[in-house]
Ligand binder design. Structure first.
Ligand code: NAI
Length: 422
């Protein structure tokens, strides 16, 4: 472990490998490259202290470098104990001069020590993935609040927590809900989680999906992507939902829809993506098929009732790195992946860079938006300004070499009038 006041990482010797992987990811991040070039001249974030609590991946490294290029003073800690890529953390510290407090497999106690180390940086802007920084500031680091310009939030669960804080009147600085940008959740949550969740399940188990029954719990942005990609592998996909509209959409997208209590007995795989607690509960574990693989792609490790699974098991063994096989009293075996933590980050590498390019372009532009204002935004959760969303879409299209049509003057007039009918 390499530990000093300015970092806590596994092994600085991993830096060279980390640099190679960060550079590889950057090849797929043209929008961030463009913003980095633009902002390194303008320096819009000069002197702005940013603490980021994000998954320490190659893509996050490129985000941090872009913020640094724009003049910001950035430090990072992990937003999940199992998602840190130790070589990336080493490269950030040794090669890019960005302090990191994150070690893959850190305990809960270390996780919060690292969050507090990142807060010792006295940020004026937070960048969260799950709202743990903002929550810690409000619970135990309130001295930082007067200096805060605001924060940004990367994921659905974080936005839900922050909106709950705002609704209670507890939120004491403004937040931009980056997750809710269309150029974020339409792509990151759907295509990013879709591909990387399947990647995690396959890397962890190497089980053929074709012909298997694969149940997706929750048909939100992430669930849609996971279902779509599982279908592409030839699995028979079942969707379970609590929202009638989403359930209807899943049925019309061609999936079987049924209650999880029914699906559990049929399923070779059950993957959760709800942001909700104990959606796979004891009642489902009681009837789950022998050999069923359980995985989660939602933000926290609460979606599968792991304490219930532990209590039902007579033994547990780990045949592969991210697989725990629980043998139950009646002889059935249930296979939990990545300790119920987001399987795409814990058992694979998280989202492909090309999709994080858009999410993190939103982060950079929103940081700039918060930092460049004359007056602080109101203390609530704000949407990403529409022009930022549109700019990210335009930059991404242009980087893909795709051109689109524009409205003619006649069409603009027609679309903004009501007089013309049949
Ligand atoms: P969403 O709000 O679009 O979808 C969640 C869905 O789950 C909703 O349709 C809801 O009705 C359903 N649901 C809630 N309780 C349920 C239950 N008991 N049974 C069945 N369905 C239930 O949210 P989104 O964007 O899909 O995010 C889901 C989770 O994934 C969040 O925790 C989010 O933070 C996380 N996330 C994870 C990523 C990753 O890299 N693994 C990336 C992006 C988001």
């Amino acid at each position: 472990m390499t530990q000093s006041l300015s970092c806590d990482i596994r092994d600085a010797g991993l830096a060279t490998q980390g640099v190679k992987r960060i550079e590889w990811a950057l090849r797929e991040m043209p929008v961030l490259r463009e913003l980095s070039a633009r902002f390194s001249e303008q320096q819009p974030l000069k002197g702005i202290r940013i603490s980021g609590c994000l998954h320490i991946t190659t893509e996050t490294a490129n985000l941090a470098c872009t913020l640094k290029a724009a003049g910001a003073d950035v430090v990072l800690c992990a937003s999940n104990p199992l998602s840190t890529q130790d070589d990336v953390a080493a490269a950030l510290v040794k090669h890019y001069g960005i302090p990191v407090f994150a070690i893959r497999g850190e305990s809960t106690e270390e996780y919060y020590q690292h969050i507090n180390a990142a807060l010792d940086h006295r940020p004026v802007l937070t960048m969260d993935d799950g709202a743990d920084l903002v929550s810690e500031i409000h619970k135990s680091r309130t001295e930082l609040i007067p200096g805060m310009l605001g924060g940004t939030e990367e994921t659905t669960t974080g936005v839900i927590r922050l909106r709950a804080m705002a609704a209670e009147g507890a939120l004491r600085f403004p937040i931009i809900a980056v997750n809710d940008a269309l150029t974020k959740h339409f792509f990151d949550n759907r295509y990013g989680t879709g591909q990387s969740t399947l990647d995690g399940v396959i890397r962890a188990t190497n089980i053929l999906l074709a012909g298997k029954t694969f149940t997706v719990v929750g048909y939100g942005w992430c669930g849609r992507g996971i279902a779509m990609r599982a279908k592409g592998h030839g699995a028979n996909v079942v969707v379970t939902e609590v929202d009638p509209l989403r359930a209807l959409e899943a049925a019309m997208d061609g999936y079987r829809v049924m209650p999880l209590a029914e699906a559990a007995g049929l399923s070779d795989f059950i993957v959760t993506a709800t942001g909700d607690k104990h959606v796979v509960d004891k009642v489902h574990l009681d009837v789950a098929k022998d050999g069923c693989v359980l995985a989660n792609s939602g933000h926290f490790n609460v979606e599968i009732n792991i304490p219930a699974l532990e209590a039902m098991a007579v033994s547990k063994h780990r045949p592969r790195a991210s697989v725990d096989v629980y043998t139950l009293g009646d002889g059935r075996r249930l296979c939990l992946l990545a300790e119920g933590r987001l399987v795409n980050l814990a058992a694979a590498e998280g989202h492909p860079s090309a999709v994080m390019d858009m999410s993190f372009a939103n982060q950079v532009l929103c940081a700039n938006y918060v930092a460049s204002r004359d007056t602080r935004l109101e203390n609530r959760v704000h949407n990403v300004p529409e022009d930022i969303d549109a700019e990210v879409a335009k930059l991404k299209l242009s980087s893909m070499g795709i051109q689109i049509d524009t409205l003619t003057e006649e069409q603009q007039q027609y679309l903004s009038s009501w007089q013309e009918g049949t």
